[in-house]
Design a protein around this ligand. Structure first.
Ligand code: GTP
Length: 607
């Protein structure tokens, strides 16, 4: 019998650790390395980068884990494109929790709601996005993959070599997601960069602008989306800001859920959720503008008359989908949604790019998570063809859809580019799945320093005996007061559930019910000019024209007891939004709730 090899304690420990990891991997429903390009790395909690001879270790947190039952049933790994972020260290989380309990919140003046794109992205620095390294047909698939891995690790190494983790924003560490961007850019004739109008600078990486308009020589359309959530004057000011600094952009204003900015709303609307009924997706504002931009770009090389006819039909009410929630057969377009989750779909395109192949224009929709890419596609089509969710990272692989026989739309998963944005602001911008945040309190503090949350929600300070007396507030107090008001209790000790309250507040901000809008430099000084700008008037009229009529939307008040959220509020943002059963933000510009908000920009003097 062969003698057993001696085994050190250290080796034994390592063996056990590996075994545990393997087991955990299986429970997580992760695929075996043979099916995954990232291979065994997928199961590790750490990534090690060795560029520059230095070892840079990134502790990665993987979000949006899918249940293992989903594995394999449709022939692909649902966890392959999960969000991968650098994990906040335990010390950092503890430090932030302490700060949330101790730091008294100071209101921040309107001037500081300015976001400077140069500070956020430092154009020309290593805060770039990863590119597909050069390749040739002689390379095997494995060679190609490992070259991409290496180049990605070098990219990460450069960023971590230049900035400390504390300075860096959350950004995507999953190479698979970047591969999706590469593929979408290779396929596209026109690139749509979709941004949220409340903070378009957050969603506008200048490196992408340079790459698309310069290196690729493609047209870039900037979509300022969700314009229903900002005052029209601010929307127009942002439009001009981007025109001035990025002259090659085509800019389109869009909202999938228009509402009339002139209609005053009940201040208590912050606690109401509205359900969309009636024509739903067919009311989107912006398809006509987008068509005009595409007509200008294609300059007659593609026949877009079928798109123009479709818009005319939508406007006339004879739409492809009547918005009743029932799917309709399409009259003149193949109703094909192609899910591109296969490896072959992800392989690089040939070196020569054929524009407008077969007389079809391919429009790639890219942008950060949660900016409304999928909603925009639904809004263009006029019915739900791709699913929409509050959870960032919901779209996991790119999908294509023929809007008309000559117009192909391509929906890319949300991408988080590296920047120097505070992580709290990223959370409020919907980049991080709220239900999975380790420490939500400082993000609440960030919000409450800029929006008078206590006043808007009529919160009573937890230590206040006399409610009329002034009390200094910290972020924790706000969460505690909201838990008290909503009746959120912990299951074990029936104490105020502060974590749940913090999540709930962040969701109100994300939905636009607590409004936090940033402004371009110089906006406050020229506010009057923007308010009387002809384009502002035009936008008001346009939104009023397509905004929902009274019978198409109804509002429901959420009860102030925890029982109304028995489903588990932690999971609410994970739900896919269904047609006709959708929470929509109710704090539109001009709402009196917003009007009482001295820090946020919404309708300060509109009511
Ligand atoms: N108020 C308002 N909300 C919108 C609009 N468009 C999308 N939303 C909401 O924003 C959230 C995200 O929308 P999606 O269309 O799923 O966003 P996405 O960019 O595809 O997100 P990922 O799948 O994470 O990449 C959902 O809660 C939508 O209801 C809009 O025009 N106005």
């Amino acid at each position: 019998m062969p003698r057993k090899k001696p085994f050190s304690v250290k080796q034994k420990k390592k063996q056990l650790q590996d075994k545990r990891e393997r087991k955990r991997g299986l429970q997580d429903g992760l695929r075996s390395s043979s099916n995954s390009r990232s291979g065994s790395r997928e199961r590790r909690e750490e990534q090690t980068d060795t560029s520059d001879g230095e070892s840079v270790t990134h502790h990665i947190r993987r979000l949006n884990q899918q249940p293992s039952q989903a594995l394999g049933s449709r022939g692909y790994d649902p966890n392959r494109y999960r969000l991968h972020f650098e994990r906040d260290s335990r010390e950092e989380v503890e430090r932030r929790k302490r700060a949330a309990r101790e730091q008294v919140l100071q209101p921040i003046s309107a001037e500081l709601l300015v976001l400077d794109i140069w500070e956020v992205y430092q154009p020309g620095s290593v805060l770039d996005f990863p590119r597909r390294p050069p390749w040739s047909y002689e390379m095997s698939k494995e060679q190609l993959m490992s070259q991409e891995e290496r180049s990605f690790q070098e990219y990460l190494g450069k960023i971590y070599g230049a900035y400390t983790s504390e300075k860096l924003s959350y950004f995507e560490h999953n190479l698979e997601t970047w591969r999706q961007l590469w593929r979408v850019l290779e396929m596209s004739d026109i690139v749509l960069l979709i941004t949220d109008i409340r903070h378009p600078v957050v969603n506008f990486p200048p490196a992408l602008y340079e790459y698309v308009t310069g290196e690729l020589g493609l047209a870039l359309v900037l979509v300022l989306n969700k314009v229903d959530l900002a005052p029209p004057a601010l929307v127009v000011a942002w439009k001009h800001y981007f025109h001035q600094h990025y002259p090659q952009l085509h800019i389109v204003l869009f909202t999938s859920f228009p509402r009339d900015p002139r209609t005053p709303q009940d201040p208590s609307s912050v606690l109401k959720k509205s359900r969309r009924r009636g024509r739903g997706w067919t009311r989107a504002l912006g398809p006509e503008q987008l068509l005009r931009a595409c007509e200008a770009i294609t300059a007659g090389k593609v026949d877009l008359s079928s798109w123009r006819e479709k818009i005319a039909r939508d406007v006339a009410g004879a739409t492809w989908g009547n918005g009743s929630g029932e799917e309709e057969e399409e009259e003149d377009g193949p109703a094909v949604l192609v899910e591109q989750q296969t490896d072959s779909a992800m392989e690089p395109a040939g070196p020569t790019r054929e524009h407008y192949k077969d007389g079809v224009v391919t429009i790639g929709c890219v942008g950060f998570p949660n900016v409304g890419k999928s909603s925009l596609i639904n809004g263009l089509v006029g019915r739900k063809v791709v699913s929409v969710s509050r959870t960032p990272g919901h779209t996991r692989y790119f999908q294509t859809y023929f809007l008309t026989p000559s117009v192909k739309l391509c929906d890319c998963p949300g991408l988080i580019f590296p920047s120097l944005l505070p992580r709290q602001l990223q959370v409020l911008a919907g980049v991080y799945p709220i239900a999975q945040i380790q420490e939500p309190y400082t993000a609440v503090g960030y919000l409450a320093s800029r929006v008078p949350v206590q006043a808007l929600l009529h919160l009573r300070h937890p230590e206040a005996e006399d409610p009329s007396a002034e009390h200094p507030w910290c972020a924790w107090d706000i969460c505690e007061a909201w838990a008290e008001k909503r009746g959120y209790k912990t299951a074990k000790a029936a104490r105020n559930d502060v974590y749940r309250a913090a999540n709930s507040l962040l969701r109100l901000a994300l939905d636009g019910r607590l409004s936090l809008c940033f402004q371009p430099p110089g906006y406050s000084e020229q506010k009057g000019t923007w308010e009387s700008h002809p384009e502002t008037m035009e936008l008001v009229v346009l939104q009023g024209r397509v905004g929902p009529a009274g019978d198409e939307e109804e509002e429901e008040e959420e009860e102030l007891s925890s029982s109304c959220e028995e489903e588990g509020e932690e999971d609410r943002d994970a739900d896919e939004e269904g047609e006709g059963d959708e929470d929509t933000p109710t704090s539109a510009p001009g709402s009196s709730l917003a009007a009482r908000n001295p820090y946020a920009l919404l309708g300060e003097d509109e009511c």
